[in-house]
Design a protein around this ligand. Structure first.
Ligand SMILES: Nc1ncnc2c1ncn2[C@@H]1O[C@H](COP(=O)(O)OP(=O)(O)OP(=O)(O)O)[C@@H](O)[C@H]1O
Length: 507
């Protein structure tokens, strides 16, 4: 293919006669040329369209070609610039190349000289485009805070790229710990709103009677404790992104107020009388199945359609193949650094175990496991017996068809190669006696005794979680934070326990 067969050029040359001459040269080479003779005109043209080549005289009546070059480098980096210089300004032309111009031509030059420079410039453009195309077709191992090169994650990255510059509402679904917040952040930072604020609001962790004021703000005296006017998330997110995490946990009454806000961008503070208008892009997330919530009457259908414009599904870690080891290796490196350890990698048994495990808590659980291994062990290679018992026990991907309980944050992570006393590095919640006895049962089972005392895992988990809530004086969000799970996970689990208990009493 002839690379010069069709290219567009903006020629900026103040001399009418030279402009006409260069236009003729460029057209003879196959270019479509627009000629202007003032810098201001050039900048106006560039606002309307971007040529393949900008052939730019350094000395212009109203400004220097260097000023235009600076604008092009910043705002239109894909435009290739060739500077035209008189003998006395060669030094400036050299500076121009340092600042990103492709080449320069010294006046006077003939058609042949111009043609060679243009061909070189077009050839370089073609190569740059080819490399960019090739690079974009390669799987990306990292993307805007994500680590992962599986096909499933490449699809997520592509979707984020496509939606980032749109104002359409995005709705992220995925199990707990799959990276929904990372995704919301990526959508914000990859788009034109990146210089604006990113405001995240966890609808599950804010008490019901405070959430309206958290979103819309309040006026002084609106309720007991409202000692001053306060901006809500809606105001703070103006010109940016409002991330509504755990949206399905939102109270139905508030859902209707949110619907109006989403439709109009207009809201009123709690206790206020004035309407305020903001420009906000909405990104929502849930680890529930949103349509099921609509069918169950817990999530308004009209709100669902407003928010669920661009759905993004984050795959669970267990279906992400080689991402498990890629993430594990990255985390090992990171935690090594933080903990001053020297691990270089994983033994093949350990790798196999990590790959086979079902990861019900997804990336967050993997983080916890690797952190635990690094804190509790020393050496160069992570061996199988350094992994928590839970991983080396029976649960495999095949056995795991739906989200399972999160890993317990304490002794269940106990490394088999370490003494028990060293296991409380996460010690935000002390070991409850019920939890302690269940660990004891596990240990007894490990040495082959008292099988009849083993209870279902969900009961152990329930005791641990309810114990943590009791220790936090009934504050579910606080307990969730200390257990390193989300509040909605607790609510979901409570529902499941209830169902299990009901089925046990009826059977
Ligand atoms: N692909 C990934 N690469 C690197 N880190 C990740 C990835 N996915 C998640 N993480 C990390 O895992 C942790 C959990 O991620 P995040 O909070 O975004 O999950 P989530 O789906 O919002 O969970 P939840 O529903 O429980 O709130 C964070 O520390 C995040 O940085």
């Amino acid at each position: 293919m002839d690379i010069t067969s069709s290219f567009t050029t903006l020629l900026v040359e103040d001399s009418m006669s030279l402009g006409a001459l260069y236009t003729e040269y460029l057209r003879a080479d196959g270019g479509r040329v627009t000629h202007v003779n003032h810098g201001e005109d050039a900048l106006n043209e560039l606002k309307q369209w971007q040529p393949d080549l900008l052939v730019l005289d350094i000395q212009l009546p109203d400004m220097s070609g260097m000023d235009i070059l600076a604008v092009v480098q910043k705002e239109y980096p894909d435009v290739t610039v060739i500077m035209i210089t008189a003998h006395g300004t060669i030094d400036i032309a050299v500076d121009a190349m340092r600042s990103g111009a492709f080449d320069f031509l010294v006046k006077p030059f003939d058609a042949k000289r111009l043609s060679i420079t243009v061909r070189n410039a077009l050839k370089q453009r073609q190569l740059v485009n080819l490399v960019a195309k090739y690079e974009s077709s390669l799987p990306k191992p990292r993307f805007m805070g994500f680590v992962g090169e599986s096909l499933a994650m490449q699809t997520v990255y592509k979707t984020i790229d496509c939606v980032a510059n749109s104002k359409a509402s995005a709705f992220i679904v995925g199990e707990s710990g799959t990276g929904k917040e990372v995704c919301a952040n990526a959508i914000h930072h990859a788009g034109y709103r990146c210089d604006g604020p990113f405001v995240a609001l966890n609808c599950a962790s804010i008490p019901k009677d405070l959430i309206e004021s958290e979103i819309f703000g309040h006026t002084k005296g609106a309720f007991t404790g409202a000692v001053a006017n306060r901006d809500g998330a809606a105001t703070r997110a103006h010109n940016g992104t409002l991330f509504l995490d755990e949206i399905c946990e939102m109270d139905l009454e508030l859902q209707s107020k949110l619907l109006r806000f989403i439709q109009t961008g207009v809201f009123q503070r709690v206790g206020g009388t004035k309407e305020e208008k903001v420009d906000v892009r909405f990104v929502s997330a849930t680890n529930r199945i949103p349509w099921e919530e609509v069918k169950a009457g817990r999530f308004r259908e009209d709100l669902f359609y407003r928010l669920h414009v661009i759905p993004i599904e984050l795959p669970p870690l267990r279906v992400r193949g080689k991402d498990i080891l890629l993430l594990a290796a990255n985390l090992l490196k990171e935690y090594n650094k933080e903990e001053g350890k020297k691990f270089k990698g994983f033994s093949s048994d350990a790798k196999q175990c990590l790959k086979n495990y079902a990861w019900p808590g997804n990336v967050r659980q993997l983080q916890n496991v690797i952190r635990q291994v690094v804190v509790l062990n020393d050496g160069e290679l992570v061996e199988l017996d350094m992994l928590p018992l839970q991983l080396t026990a029976v649960e495999t991907k095949q056995a795991h068809s739906k989200p399972q309980p999160e890993l317990q944050p304490q002794n269940q992570y106990q490394s088999q190669s370490q003494p028990k006393e060293s296991s409380s590095f996460m010690g935000s919640i002390e070991q409850g006696s019920a939890y302690g006895s269940s660990q004891q049962k596990l240990d007894e089972n490990a040495v082959g005794g008292k099988d009849n005392e083993i209870e279902p895992l969900w009961l152990t988990e329930k005791r641990t979680i309810e114990g943590a809530i009791a220790r936090c004086d009934g504050n579910v969000p606080k307990a969730a934070a200390l257990l390193d799970i989300s509040a909605s996970t607790i609510y979901r689990k409570r529902q499941t326990w209830e169902e299990l208990e009901n089925s046990l009493t009826t059977s």
